[in-house]
Design a binder for this molecule. Structure first.
Ligand SMILES: NC(=O)c1ccc[n+]([C@@H]2O[C@H](COP(=O)([O-])OP(=O)(O)OC[C@H]3O[C@@H](n4cnc5c(N)ncnc54)[C@H](O)[C@@H]3O)[C@@H](O)[C@H]2O)c1
Length: 254
């Protein structure tokens, strides 16, 4: 983003979730105006209220980010409400654990819709608005499993690899409009997504967490640690960085 971060408007998708809400809290520290978008509109409302009661500016937006018409309307509403859009962080995503013989075609489609279609649609709607402001910054959230395969997460690995490549393609295509696009690839982070994975695999949550901590730094990540990386890549301190993939995973992909 160009200019002082305090004057910026940023759309955070998946803003009601574990990592998305941490991103909202982190950006609110910089007094960025936040559009908190999620299909879980009640939780998005709670996050926006929390930001506002701490003195920040935030508005919740209910949206299924896999639906083109809803995403177009979302971006139009954000611009109408705040007058501009300067940054975008695409955090929304979901996981269905299984190898390809375990996953149904519906699992495959839903995984691609939530993780990859959502990024395509949001960026597609946002880029003309960022360009109107003379440029902007996009940060996508992929996964370590978009860089290196993990077991029994075939659709998720494929979709997240798509997020990495889509981000780099956008970095090339839109640099001339002053738009930077970078990707954060988290490793296991303490959110409800990890607990859902344990349930999907029929594993006790505590045991699942213990295994997830088996990485060079010896623990899982905290949402605020992902938010710090996002904040760096969205803001002016990374002004010469585009097309980068920043792994934030305690060394899990080494
Ligand atoms: N938690 C981890 O260990 C981990 C690791 C690597 C990558 N990630 C990625 O980080 C991102 C955030 O994950 P999280 O752990 O905070 O999970 P989370 O489940 O807490 O949050 C995900 C949010 O995305 C929203 N969402 C999903 N699909 C949507 C759609 N189609 N439309 C609107 N909203 C939608 C959900 O409602 C939810 O609020 C995801 O992209 C995930 O794949 C998470």
């Amino acid at each position: 983003m160009n200019g002082p971060e305090a004057d910026r408007v940023v759309l955070v998708t998946g803003g009601a979730g574990g990592i998305g809400s941490a991103v909202c809290r982190r950006l609110a520290d910089h007094r960025t105006t936040l559009a908190v978008a999620d299909r879980d509109v009640e939780s998005a409302r709670e996050i926006a209220l929390e930001v506002r009661s701490a003195g920040g500016r935030a508005e919740p937006f209910g949206c299924d980010l896999s639906r083109p018409e809803e995403v177009e309307a979302l971006v139009a509403c954000v611009v109408e409400r705040f007058g501009a859009l300067h940054g975008l962080c695409t955090v929304a995503g979901s996981i269905r654990r299984g190898d390809i013989t375990e996953l149904t075609p519906a699992d495959w489609r839903a995984t691609f819709e939530d993780n990859l279609d959502s990024v395509f649609l949001t960026c597609r709607a946002a880029i003309p608005q960022l360009a109107k402001e003379g440029g902007g910054s996009i940060v996508t959230i992929a996964s370590g499993w978009g860089l290196r395969a993990g077991r029994r997460a075939a659709a998720y690995c494929a979709a997240k690899a798509g997020v990495v490549m889509l981000t780099q393609a956008m970095a090339l295509d839109h640099a001339s409009a002053g738009i930077r696009a970078n990707c954060v690839a988290p490793g296991d982070v303490r959110t409800s997504m990890l607990e859902r994975e344990a349930h999907q695999l029929g594993r006790p949550v505590a045991e699942f967490y213990e295994e997830a901590a088996d990485r060079p730094l010896g623990r899982v990540g905290e949402p605020r640690e992902i938010a710090d990386a996002v904040s760096f890549l969205l803001g002016e301190k990374s002004s010469f960085v585009t097309g980068a993939v920043l792994t934030v995973d305690g060394g899990g992909t080494l």
